[in-house]
Design a protein around this ligand. Sequence first.
Ligand SMILES: Nc1ncnc2c1ncn2[C@@H]1O[C@H](COP(=O)(O)OS(=O)(=O)O)[C@@H](OP(=O)(O)O)[C@H]1O
Length: 285
Amino acid sequence: MVHLPSVQLIGAQKAGTSAIAEWLFEGGFRRPRVFDGEPWYYRKETHFFDIDWNFHMGIDHYASRFEDGINRGAPALDATPDTLTFAQRVHDIYQAAGCATTVKIIVILRDPIARELSLYNHLAYDCRSLDSSKLSGWHKQVIRPDNSIMSFDEFVRNVSLPALATDESEDHGLGRSSRHGLYASHLQDWFKLFDRSQILVLSYDELCKNPHTLQERIQSFLGRIVPGRLSRKNCNNSPQKVQMSSCEGRHRLESFMAPHNERLYQLLEAHTGPPMEQRPFPRFA
Ligand SMILES: Nc1ncnc2c1ncn2[C@@H]1O[C@H](COP(=O)(O)OS(=O)(=O)O)[C@@H](OP(=O)(O)O)[C@H]1O
């Protein structure tokens, strides 16, 4: 019998997943093992479900990341923020391991426009600071043909909005990060495949304004006291970081996202979550 992580923190990307994951790991959850040649961040996020070559390594390979090591006997956590768009794969793998009805799934949602800006800042920062040999196609979404870096408005016009309008099945993966913001579409899949009581939906606003309450919700959901406090992780403090302003990109995204956000609020009203979940889910500011 294979043992998979009992908790999946599935995203959303750029919604504070590193802060929550580090608190849980430091509070006793077992980290994934990083194999030779893999990036350092696999100690938080395994990218098993979203990267095809990892997924095709199979369930035993995935389970082997969580065997033994430090914190033997403690529950294991995979905190890959990209997993949000892979409900079916997660279900298939946990079903094969016989634990699809017990895995606990945590998702944290951030205003999709602020989340998109955070994504833009992340890509722009990496493009400025990393050696070009380390930049992937994902990073290069933010680069103009003359190798300079797009403004946020250009990014929204040329990258985000086309990606948001593309069907998942017609895309070769690059636009997936922008499509994370279509929360209702993704959560609808999770709600069909897993019992709603297995999924805790959190608000990024609460992480900012009332982190202690957010911690209490998570502990109650996991049925476990987790010591320690949430701290800021994975912040981009570059002086070139673009702050949210009243710009063309923001207005375009607001128009696009408004009906999707409404669908999200309705979906969460229609599918009652576990008792410690915030209800009604707070609307994005
Ligand atoms: N404790 C706490 N409270 C509030 N906000 C926090 C906290 N820790 C991290 N952050 C902000 O979360 C953003 C990074 O999110 P992730 O860690 O999920 O990013 S990633 O998907 O793993 O790359 C990133 O947002 P931006 O600063 O807007 O880019 C972080 O600053």
